[in-house]
Design a protein around this ligand. Structure first.
Ligand code: ADP
Ligand code: ZN
Length: 739
């Protein structure tokens, strides 16, 4: 039996320490156990990452205690953490922390226990009852409530019997009831009932897709299935039935959903089919709820987990299936260390756990489609909507012609206004999409051209009308609107708002259609708990005619009465300094268009743009994914961008531009000799977002066909290089963000 344990400690990053396991704890310490150890002058908590028979160094300190009997982290999850640390160049300790939610790790995390009251035999004895009624009417009243309603929590019982906890303890003393501590699980979905649903018979295309996934479940060939299905083609139904197959095989499942698509409607579909077997993990849960949900999974009570990217680490027993819905979504990437992509982690976990992985999307990422072409993933297709509902027709509105005809640039084209009016007359619903919240993007002085900028970030401030202030969307800084232009030589009072935000769309719509019921949904209107749910509920119930929103309304929503979707400006996402701008625009337009015509009525989509002939917009108009990616693949291949290479972005931040440039150049000097000929290096250069939160930002970009070709030399160089104290360096492997 092993006498020593290698431990990583919460407080010390990227180092491991060896401890002796005292005789008394030998049976309790496993790989993955959480232990209490002497550390420096005090105590610390850590995780056992390996057991050793012998160590080279004498005089080791001893482990003091073990928290819990079961290992909290499985060996597989530690292997996964090791892979993450390695692949994403992150400290191992941070990777281990990532596989364990803080709600479980923290010292204070625990179950709540409550006092439960149950009746005893004596309470059925008529003579004893009679005596009680006579001498202690309050106690008798409490007992009556209990006899009528069954076991209850002590404080609830005292409340409903209009008496005190003391009276109930009195009942216990007399032997009428028994009080015991019960574990109370905080259920985030308590008070919500879900109608149970039955699996409908599948359409032939769904049947074929399910067959491929079942084969993967049973034989692990193919290990990964890309489920490419147009919006409304019934992908979710395929997931549900695949999960059912996993359950029948005695296996559990994880379903990853982008955070913003984790709507009540989505949860309802899984809870409705599988009831209490489903645990939901998401960021709106309290620490306590998260702790309890995690343990419901860890104890095998819940076998299915639905959640955003961190749910990929859920401790599901005997995992049989991982589904990644909307696998192309950038929100699967964590923007802090370890900068993992949950989709890719899902594939790796699938390999380690020997379970099937399904990646689903109407617009798969180029990376995933490339893996199909390379034969790594199998492809299952759902080319048509359920019940042969028609795909919406997409019209591109050329805003240049519109501007010429009207003699000015309007926000709403005539065509879109007419289309909205028609929907109001027919009592059908409209969704309008704009990817920027706030009222106007900028405050501009028409005389001297001054634009109100954030003091600490290199971006223009956004005007918010409801609070009448300027807000930085990077750092959150707020500022009053100046009364006149601050330029000393100008001081003109006639400030103008330029650009667009969802608030402004709302104001204009009220003017255009005074009778229409208009609601806006973006991160400004959904800060209150439950507001998200309420807006969607009202929209579904027909209490709203027009819903305006940011990308929050682009995904996963299914409203059969929506027959019109308007994209106010497709240009906004198209002209970002990012090689994925076309792909993102195409995905966004396709997703948004997918909200239209999901019922029996055909949907119509209007896309307003000043660049109508852009390939991404034309492809979205034709709903032509294959055509789009063929063209896009060519462009990426020519420029050696992903999926033909892996992209690693180093970002340097600091207060001095010169020092950043200098340190960056020094680093590159040391890195360059270690790089093979396949690696393309650019920089150091100022990042597209050149300044944020008061710090300058520089970037170094590295690309190579294999990640290791970049990360191995990078690890060596980073290990030997000392950054000046005032410079912070972060590494993003398979970066999705170029800002
Ligand atoms: P997707 O996830 O591809 O957007 P969904 O799974 O949400 O598609 O399906 C779209 C709609 O069709 C949903 O309302 C769903 O309940 C319904 N649906 C899916 N599959 C079937 C089926 N086999 N029979 C009847 N209705 C179905
Ligand atoms: Zn700012």
């Amino acid at each position: 039996m092993a006498g020593f344990a290698r431990v990583i400690v919460e407080v010390a990053r990227n180092r491991e320490f060896d401890y002796r396991i005292p005789e008394a704890l030998r049976d309790a310490v496993h790989v993955g156990s959480q232990v209490v150890i002497p550390f420096g002058k005090s105590e610390a908590r850590g995780y056992v990452v390996a057991l050793l028979d012998a160590v080279t160094r004498p005089g080791l300190k001893e482990i003091r205690d073990v928290a819990g009997r079961k290992a909290v982290v499985s060996e597989t999850m530690l292997t996964l953490a090791r892979w993450m640390a390695d692949y994403y160049l992150a400290p191992y300790e941070i990777a281990v922390r990532t596989v364990l939610p803080s709600a479980v790790r923290k010292k204070g995390a625990a179950f709540i226990e409550r006092l439960q009251v149950v009746v005893t035999e004596k309470s059925r004895d008529p003579a004893a009852l009679l005596a009680l009624r006579k001498h202690a009417p309050k106690q008798a009243a409490a007992l009556d409530v209990l006899l009528g309603g069954g076991p209850a929590f002590l404080n609830h019982l005292a409340h409903s019997a209009h008496t005190t906890p003391a009276a109930i303890h009195g009942l216990e003393a007399k032997g009428f009831v028994q009080i015991s501590k019960e574990r109370f699980t905080r259920d985030p979905l308590a008070n919500q009932t879900f109608l149970r649903t039955e699996a409908p018979p599948l359409m032939p295309q769904q049947e074929a897709a399910l067959k491929i996934i079942r084969q993967s479940l049973e034989t692990l060939t193919p290990p990964v299935v890309l489920l490419f299905g147009v919006t409304g083609s019934g992908k979710t139904e395929v997931y549900l039935q695949a999960i059912k197959t996993a359950l029948e095989r005695g296996q559990g499942a994880i379903v990853l959903v982008p955070e913003i698509a984790l709507t009540p409607q989505t949860i309802e579909r899984f809870r409705g089919r599988f009831g209490e077997d489903v645990a939901v993990l998401h960021s709106r849960l309290s620490q306590g709820e998260r702790h309890d949900e995690w343990h419901r999974i860890h104890d095998g009570v819940a076998r299915i987990v639905v959640g955003p990217r961190s749910a990929v680490f859920a401790p599901v027993h005997n995992l049989g299936l991982i589904v990644v819905d909307e696998e192309h979504e950038p929100s699967y990437k964590q923007e802090e260390a370890p900068r993992y992509n949950a989709r890719d982690v899902a594939v790796v976990r699938g390999k380690l756990e020997k379970c099937a992985v399904v990646l689903g999307s109407a617009t798969p990422a180029l990376e995933s489609f490339a893996n199909v072409r390379r034969g790594k993933y199998a492809l299952a297709e759902l080319p048509a909507r359920v019940d042969h509902r028609q795909m919406p027709s997409v019209r591109v509105v050329d805003m240049r012609i519109e501007a010429e005809r009207e003699g000015r640039v309007n926000i709403f084209s005539r065509d879109l206004i007419d289309a909205i009016r028609l929907r109001i007359e027919r009592a059908e619903q409209t969704m309008l999409f704009l990817n920027r919240r706030g009222y106007a993007s900028q405050l501009i002085c028409p005389k001297c051209g001054y634009v109100a900028q954030c003091r600490s970030c290199s971006v223009a401030l956004t005007y918010h009308k409801t609070t009448d202030e300027l807000l930085c969307h990077i750092c959150g800084a707020r500022q009053r609107v100046p009364e006149r232009c601050p330029e000393p030589n100008c001081r003109d009072p006639a400030f103008k708002y330029a650009g667009l935000g969802t608030q402004r769309i709302e104001v204009i719509l009220h003017k255009l259609f005074p009778i229409a019921r208009v609601t806006r949904m973006d991160s400004d209107t959904t800060t209150e708990k439950g507001s998200h749910r309420r807006i969607l509920h009202d929209f579904r119930g027909g209490k709203i005619d027009i819903l305006i929103g940011t990308q929050m309304i682009a995904k996963g929503l299914d409203f059969p009465n929506v027959t019109l979707v308007g994209v106010i400006s497709a240009d906004m996402s198209l002209h970002k300094p990012d090689f994925r701008a076309s792909e993102r625009t195409f995905q966004l337009l396709t997703q948004v268009a997918g909200r239209a015509g999901r019922g029996d009525l055909k949907g119509e989509v209007f896309v307003q743009t000043f660049t109508p002939h852009h390939p991404a917009i034309q492809a979205a108009r034709r709903l032509d994914y294959a055509g789009f990616i063929d063209q896009e693949f060519e462009g990426r291949r020519e420029l050696s961008y992903p999926p033909f290479t892996h992209l690693v972005v180093l970002t340097l931040k600091g207060v001095s531009e010169q020092r950043l440039q200098f340190a960056g150049e020094e680093f590159v000097k040391q890195l360059q000799p270690r790089l093979g000929p396949q690696v393309i290096l650019n920089g150091p250069m100022p990042a597209p977002l050149a300044r944020a939160k008061g710090l300058y930002r520089f970037q170094i970009l590295l690309r190579a066909p294999l990640t290791k070709q970049v990360t191995d030399p990078l690890r060596q160089t980073l290990g030997a290089f000392k950054w000046p104290k005032d410079i912070e360096c972060s590494v993003d492997v398979d970066a999705l963000q170029m800002m």
